[in-house]
Design a protein around this ligand. Structure first.
Ligand code: AMP
Length: 422
């Protein structure tokens, strides 16, 4: 019988790469909490209508990318393709607005989209997602982008650029859409079939088209950013001003429309040129009408999602952050030394020192080889002679200096060496 592989586009995260994930998760968690965000976890499955209503019926996600199926009772369910809708639903359902002190939420975990898998694009992928409700102050928009900048800096990522735009409010966007549709109608024959269809379903999405001819034609198109109403323009100006005050550089990208219908006013993307076609590392924006559309209170919202696979691909490419190695390998030889080494290993672990040993009773040479492979900084050597003397040999694998350390002093000596930067 053949083996059963995982589903295409759904990846196992194996031990040799998991340290990247753990680092990213812990840096993000700490930073988000510092900025006042509280964690919330929602189910991976939701009723299909939640996503259809929030993301928009004529978006790529809802039209062709959702994992939707009927369960045994015939109810239509969908594996979440993004987190915002679920977080908004949970906020409404649990009346979280009753606590005026908690307005910022974050969640991390897998999302599911039936896209064509390629480097940086998977069918199960992970996002760090954050949402804020009830604040329409443009300072918050800038604060979020500043926080993203700090996140990228803290994980050590270089070469990513912040793109920002304003998509206006429903009123100014509706007026603009009429103008854009007129333009598209005049030039209709030049556009690809997809854009011709978008003209009727979701005209703004033509700006996402990758076809060269369509992009050329769109150079002449009216731009939403030039048409937003005075209120939206002022909001956007204040966002930019706050970003300047925080020394956070950005690029205004008037063609960035984002793939989800619910966005209003500020939208942003974190972009890289180092991942080929999948150039967005994360993105987000305001969605001031979504909460009300989903039957909740009329509260503004803003949020973002960072793609964890893409961040990690970049970290790997840039070779940032090395694997956490055990500090010490305990090599033991002989029937008396082995149980002592075993106990010592556990004691050191209990002190918080990453320690390894050999379980099979191999030769000293083979144990030293293993220590070398593990790239430990120190090896503790215990044989019959050391047992008689009550002191082991501690070898620094970098300086090659070896010293005798009494058993009971091993933890203190190691801790001191680590503190001193050994
Ligand atoms: P979106 O929710 O589409 O704005 O996506 C936010 C971020 O999630 C993107 O910038 C990507 O980094 C990541 N992302 C979206 N779709 C995928 C996918 N299929 N595979 C991997 N990462 C993705």
């Amino acid at each position: 019988m053949g083996t059963i592989p995982a589903i295409k586009g759904m990846n196992d995260l194996l031990p040799d790469q998991i340290h990247w994930w753990q680092k990213l998760e812990s840096v993000a968690r700490e930073l988000l909490e510092t900025f006042g965000y509280r964690e919330l976890r929602t189910p991976l499955l939701e009723k299909t209508e939640l996503f259809a209503r929030s993301i928009g019926e004529s978006t790529d996600i809802v039209e062709k990318e959702m994992y939707t199926f009927a369960d045994l009772s015939g109810q239509l369910l969908t594996l979440r393709p993004e987190a915002t809708a679920s977080v908004v639903r949970a906020f409404i359902q649990h009346n979280l607005q009753a606590d005026p002190l908690v307005r910022k939420f974050y969640t991390m975990g897998p999302m599911f989209r039936h896209e064509r898998p390629q480097k940086g694009r998977y069918r199960q992928f992970h996002q760090i997602d954050a949402e804020v409700f009830g604040i329409d102050d443009p300072m918050l928009d800038a604060e979020i982008m500043y926080m993203l900048r700090l996140l990228l800096e803290r994980i050590g990522l270089r070469g990513v650029v912040l793109h920002i735009n304003s998509l206006g409010c429903p009123q100014c966007r509706a007026e603009y859409r009429v103008e854009l549709k007129d333009f598209l109608a005049r030039e209709a024959l030049g556009f690809c079939p997809d854009c011709q269809r978008r003209r009727h379903t979701n005209a703004l999405r033509v700006f996402d088209c990758k076809v060269e001819r369509c992009r050329e034609l769109l150079v002449e198109a009216p731009m939403l950013l030039d048409r937003i109403c005075p209120g939206c323009a002022q909001h956007f100006a204040q966002v930019r001003q706050s970003l300047d005050q925080l020394h956070t550089s950005y690029h205004i990208d008037a063609r960035m429309v984002r793939g989800l219908d619910y966005y209003t006013r500020t939208t942003f993307e974190v972009v890289t040129d180092q991942l080929g076609a999948q150039n967005a590392v994360g993105g987000g924006g305001r969605y001031d009408g979504l909460m009300k559309d989903l039957g909740g209170p009329d509260l503004p919202g803003i949020g973002f999602a960072m793609g964890m696979e893409r961040l990690i691909l970049l970290l790997q490419q840039q070779d940032v952050g090395s694997r956490r190695q055990p500090m010490l390998f305990v090599a033991a030889l002989g029937d008396a030394a082995r149980p002592r080494a075993f106990v010592l290993t556990q004691e050191l672990r209990a002190e918080g020192l990453a320690t390894e040993m050999d379980y099979g009773g191999a030769s000293l040479k083979s144990q030293m080889r293993k220590a070398d492979k593990l790239q430990v900084r120190f090896v503790a050597i215990l044989g019959d002679e050391e047992m008689t003397r009550g002191a082991l040999q501690l070898r620094d694998m970098v300086t090659k200096i070896q010293e005798s350390v009494p058993f009971e002093q091993v933890p203190q000596v190691l801790m001191r060496k680590i503190r001193e930067g050994a």
